[in-house]
Design a protein around this ligand. Structure first.
Ligand code: S3P
Length: 426
């Protein structure tokens, strides 16, 4: 077990780039692997979650070269081969759910597993629609991994998604590539659309209108070169550190600004933050820009409804911002946080309270009293990368020393996070 010792050392200043977007990197590997021809990706996230997805497709017979440039020799729609071992996706919910969609379309049997946290996460949400499409999926009790999937002979479905989940939506779209007929999906509110964007970038046609997607099944994808943008979910830790550590000024370069992901910028605007977007541009079908963040006072806000899926992964760090804001912040409609890498409502409430914050847990969110005087404490990651990084940022705004315990989980999405944060100490 690794720990971090964090001591506030004054203002943060300078320029940084952040690692590639995790969602886009997974999709580059997955779509590249099932497309015809070669896909090359730059700026991809070289972290455990994505490396697991790469190793899964290597086991399925796809040739993938890993370097600064990721080179995937696509197997095409009919080219995957059965793996001769259980595919282990480690900590990655995205890996497991999206790859299940691909495997549901294969005429062979596969077995998938993951680490102890992934084995606690709900898989019924993909088992149900993929089974309706014709896949036969077995799970441990109550829809938990390990899973075995026997696929093939799928047909498209009309599906009203019960939760706003890009992973569920993507699993169904990926399975539909191997199916016959038509798939029609309706989401309860908009979730990230990187799968749709990349499928289009790879030559597929999707009809998208509001919360609905229509896809004629069986379309073949063509591999392409792509630039992966920086991950706004990783940038969020530096955005909030820059806002709450007095005197700071941080420029974060090449951050992905897909509107389904920029809820954190909208949320911070509601808190009165002025974050400047510079150099806005498009990279391989995804909007990108540089973010200039200067420390400033924040005010409390209420976060709920359609905004929640657009900032779901940033709520742990948003909770840290709320402890410093003027007034009481309320977060609602975020029940999904309870089934992430940890129960993030409980994790953040428990740990921020140890640092002197006043946080009340709601079934679907949190109530956070602002202007807390944070003090260093010994806090725990709850085996969750984003909880660990959020607590480190809280430590940067606290008096005394904060010890964040069990931070090895950070390698799933952001190896070298603490070094990056320390390098900004002016
Ligand atoms: C992701 C979707 C979200 C998000 C996760 C990444 C993706 O999960 O929380 O970190 O890449 O599709 P859900 O689909 O469960 O909302």
């Amino acid at each position: 077990m690794a720990d971090w010792e964090i001591q506030a050392k004054g203002r943060l200043a300078g320029e940084i780039t952040i690692p590639g977007d995790k969602s886009v990197s997974h999709r580059a590997v997955i779509l590249g692997a099932i497309a015809k021809g070669v896909t090359r990706a730059w700026g991809w996230l070289k972290a455990d979650d994505v490396l697991r997805t790469i190793s899964a497709f290597r086991m399925l017979g796809v040739e993938i070269k890993v370097g600064d440039e990721l080179v995937i020799k696509g197997a095409g729609k009919a080219g995957l081969k059965p793996a001769n071992q259980i595919i282990d996706l480690g900590n990655s919910g995205t890996g497991m759910r999206l790859i299940s969609g691909v495997l549901a379309g294969q005429n062979f049997q596969s077995a998938l597993t993951g680490d102890e946290t992934l084995q606690r996460r709900p898989m019924k949400r993909i088992i149900e629609p993929l089974s309706k499409m014709g896949a036969r999926i077995q799970s441990r009790e109550n829809g938990l991994a390990p899973l075995t999937i026997r696929g093939g002979n799928l047909h498209g479905i009309d599906y009203q998604m019960p939760v706003a989940s890009a992973q569920v939506k993507s699993a169904i779209l990926l399975a539909s590539i191997f199916a016959q007929g038509k798939t029609r999906l309706t989401e309860p509110s908009p979730s990230r659309d990187h799968t749709e964007n990349m499928m289009e970038y790879f030559g597929a046609t999707l009809i998208r209108s509001g919360l609905k997607i229509e896809f004629v099944c069986g379309q073949e994808l063509s591999g392409r070169d792509l630039q992966v943008p920086g991950d706004i979910s990783s940038a969020a830790f530096f955005i909030i550190a820059g806002l709450i550590v007095p005197g700071s000024e941080v420029l974060i370069r090449s951050v992905g600004l897909n509107p389904t992901r920029t809820g954190i910028l909208d949320g911070l605007k509601m808190m009165g933050a002025d974050i400047e977007i510079q150099n806005a541009r498009l990279a391989s079908g995804e909007p990108v820009g540089d973010l200039l963040v200067k420390s400033q006072g924040l005010k409390a806000a209420e976060f709920k409804g359609d905004l929640i899926p657009r900032l779901i992964d940033e709520i742990p760090i948003l909770a840290v911002a709320a402890t410093r804001a003027k007034g009481t912040t309320v977060i609602r409609d975020a029940k999904e946080l309870r089934v992430k890498e940890s129960d993030r409502i409980n994790a953040m409430a428990t740990e921020l309270k140890k640092m002197g914050a006043k946080v009340e847990e709601l079934e679907d969110g949190m109530v956070i009293e602002g202007q807390a005087t944070l003090k260093g404490a010994e806090v725990f990651s709850h085996q969750d990368h984003r909880v660990a990084m959020s607590l480190a940022v809280a430590g940067m705004a606290a008096s005394g020393q904060t010890k964040v315990r069990s931070v090895e989980w950070v390698d799933t999405s952001f190896p070298g996070f603490l070094e990056k944060l320390n390098r900004l100490v002016a």
